[in-house]
Write a protein that binds this ligand. Sequence first.
Ligand SMILES: NC(=O)CC[C@H](N)C(=O)O
Length: 378
Amino acid sequence: MPSESPATLALSDGTVVTGCAIGQCGTTRGELCFNTSMTGYQEILTDPSYYGQLVMMTYPHIGNYGTTPAENESHAPKASGLIVRSCTNTPSGPKGRSALDAYLAQHGVVGITDVDTRALVRQIRTDGVLNAVIDSTGLDADTLVARARNCPDMAGRAYASKVTTQYAYTYNRDNGPTVVVVDYGAKRSLLDAFAQRGCTVHVVPAATPLDKLRSYAPDALFLSNGPGDPRAMPEAIAHARSALESNLPVLGICLGHQLMALAQGMDVYKMRVGHRGANQPVKNLMSGRVEITTQNHGFAVDAGSLPDQGAVVTHRNLNDDTIEGLRYPQHKAFSLQYHPEASPGPHDSDYLFDAFLEMVPNRAPALRTARHGLAVAG
Ligand SMILES: NC(=O)CC[C@H](N)C(=O)O
């Protein structure tokens, strides 16, 4: 156990639990979400899509293999706080890895350990998602519950502006297609997925309009993952519409997927409980193949809003039948609710990056694209 200092977790429904402080001493709040991955806590903490959320890990032992900069998905943690059952201060693994507690403190993240996380998950699964506060400064329970109740809801929050890059930069230069990434909070491993395939990768701020994107002479556009409610991003929805109409291949992942669906006139809703973990089963409806996937989302595209034309469901979640992938037959585009780059998680869905790049004209024939049914008009 990293410390003997008490900490409190207070939920907006009045639940108050006590545990021990980890990381920075302080008070923090956000939407309480749980992640069922057994490993990958550092990738999860630094995934910008967790901005504004308190991450609760359901796997009981967290911190076992410490932390190292190579496992960052962005330069520092973006989650608002961390809740675990048991946090070790003596990580195993190669020399030079830091303890999770020290890593959290170094980056100003407030956390709590020694909490019955599984009981809290059962509560959330029954009652739906809610906001919470973690405190290690000794504030009283009533104050903490009141702060949890005052915490802004994730619905209506355009948080991508908090995590997007301020300046355009080139992540990789190579001989393959030029991909322009619109950064709503992109994970590093998404950029790596393109770099590993020989792409030149330019990353631009979320508010960059299409004519500016064209100045990079892109072969393809990528709309990234990111935090918050896509319905609160009218400018980004308009940009997604221009991207779709650009005649360039477009891929959207997670927030990018939701923005593309909204641009095509579909609706997005806030889920009662989101999908966060590394073992979500998804069926590719064209190949019939089931992929075990990594997910992190609290909003989803409403299947009831599927237009007669303009979007076709390509992937479904086998747990709850929610939409996991769409293709847009009038455009060179498809989008995914889940994370084919994983990190953490299985690599079953890697093929989707190849399928996307095969949409770029003058590239290798779209063998894998055709096999998975994602070949499009254009
Ligand atoms: N990983 C993401 O891009 C998340 C998208 C969106 N913020 C959601 O929670 O649904």
